[in-house]
Design a protein around this ligand. Structure first.
Ligand code: SF4
Length: 361
């Protein structure tokens, strides 16, 4: 017999289909088992008046285990608590998710899509791990379930900005379908943001999903090819001109606003000319919101963190070019939970095979 199927890796309809194919008894409670698991974090077929035999049938074919929480570190600030949880996956590897306070008592959960990453962005701690593997849909979804039901975290929004390039994971569409399945977690699409370095094939895949209210943001960080290729190797196979065309085509709805994330690195990408280039890049794309993320030095810094004056100056220059800009408040730097600081380089020793080079975009 095959290994039991993880319920968090299925939509309700998929669970119903699998139950119909695999179970001799008790298949009629599939939607209730699903709601139990995805909404309340429990797998308890015996709660639904089944015979012992039917319960055993369910447990033989399906399972629902959440990752072990290895450690939680947190940092208090005026805006709230930032907390990072390190979760142990079934093969001993680890992923990390972060609770980010967003003000007015609301929080966002930042989730990982891969263990490590092969994109090689120079400002990012995760890049130092290389790619160990992509996470399965059930592992992605289990981060939310663990955060909610084990850690007791409350959050409204989910962003794919943790470890890994979300659009490099072929399981992302499955995870999105599960997150938004009204029979389970039922998240609305507008509460989910996928962030990418600019995987052109991935952007097209996302568009083909037809999730018109999903949010997308790109990690720009430089708007000239020489500098962007230096900071982000993906730019060598997907240069700015091609990225721009892909983003101009990605208009899932009339009022869509593309998030443009810009990690501000003093002495690297913070001049007036850099600001002008960002404005030029954004012009043909349509509505954007530029998010300025102050650089967080990791264990091998490529520069220092920008000062408040430097951040204000760059934001002012972008606004002078007519761009809407938000400043991301730095959260979690002291516990290595800030943007670009996730990852456990020691896990590289567990790598079974080396991550491949940057794939064709
Ligand atoms: S910034 Fe994102 S895509 Fe780039 S290396 Fe880090 S995790 Fe990967």
């Amino acid at each position: 017999m095959n290994a039991p199927i993880h319920i968090a890796g299925l939509t309700c309809q998929e669970l119903q289909q699998s139950a119909a194919e695999l179970l001799t008894h008790g298949r009629g409670i599939a939607s209730r088992v699903y709601r139990d698991a995805l909404r309340y974090g429990r797998f308890a077929p015996e709660r639904h008046g089944l015979s012992e035999r039917a319960v055993a049938d369910w447990r033989a074919h399906f399972q629902f285990s959440l990752p072990e929480v290895l450690r939680v570190v947190s940092e208090e600030a005026e805006t709230g608590t930032t907390a990072k949880a390190v979760l142990k996956l079934s093969d001993g590897l680890e992923c990390e998710c972060v609770l980010l306070p967003m003000g007015r008592g609301r929080s966002t959960l930042c989730v990982s899509s891969q263990v490590g990453c092969k994109m090689g962005c120079r400002f990012c701690e995760t890049a130092r791990m290389g790619l160990l593997r992509s996470m399965s849909a059930s592992e992605i979804v289990s981060q939310l379930l663990t955060a909610r039901h084990v850690l007791g975290w409350e959050f409204r929004n989910v962003v794919f900005m943790g470890m890994g390039e979300a659009l490099d994971n072929p399981q992302l569409p499955a995870a999105l379908r599960i997150l938004t399945d009204g029979s389970g977690l039922g998240m609305s699409q507008e509460r989910i943001t996928v962030c990418t370095v600019g995987r052109l094939d991935g952007i097209a895949t996302l568009q083909a999903l037809g999730m018109k209210r999903l949010n997308l943001s790109i990690s720009l960080n430089a708007a000239n090819d020489a500098l962007r290729s230096e900071l982000m190797p993906i730019n060598r196979v997907a240069p700015l001109s091609e990225l721009s065309l892909a983003l101009q085509r990605y208009r899932p709805r009339a009022n869509f606003v593309l998030g443009v994330n810009y990690c501000l690195m003093p002495g690297k990408n913070d001049s007036a000319e850099h600001a002008r280039e960002v404005a030029e890049f954004c012009k043909p794309i349509g509505r954007v919101m530029v998010n300025i993320i102050p650089y967080n030095p990791g264990s091998v810094p490529i520069t220092r963190a920008p000062s408040e004056d430097e951040i204000d100056a760059f934001i002012g220059q972008l606004r002078d070019h007519g761009l809407p800009v938000r400043r991301r408040i730095t959260k979690g730097r002291s516990v290595m939970a800030a943007c670009g600081q996730l990852g456990n380089v020691e896990l590289r020793s567990l790598r079974k095979k080396p991550g491949a080079a940057i794939p064709p975009a």
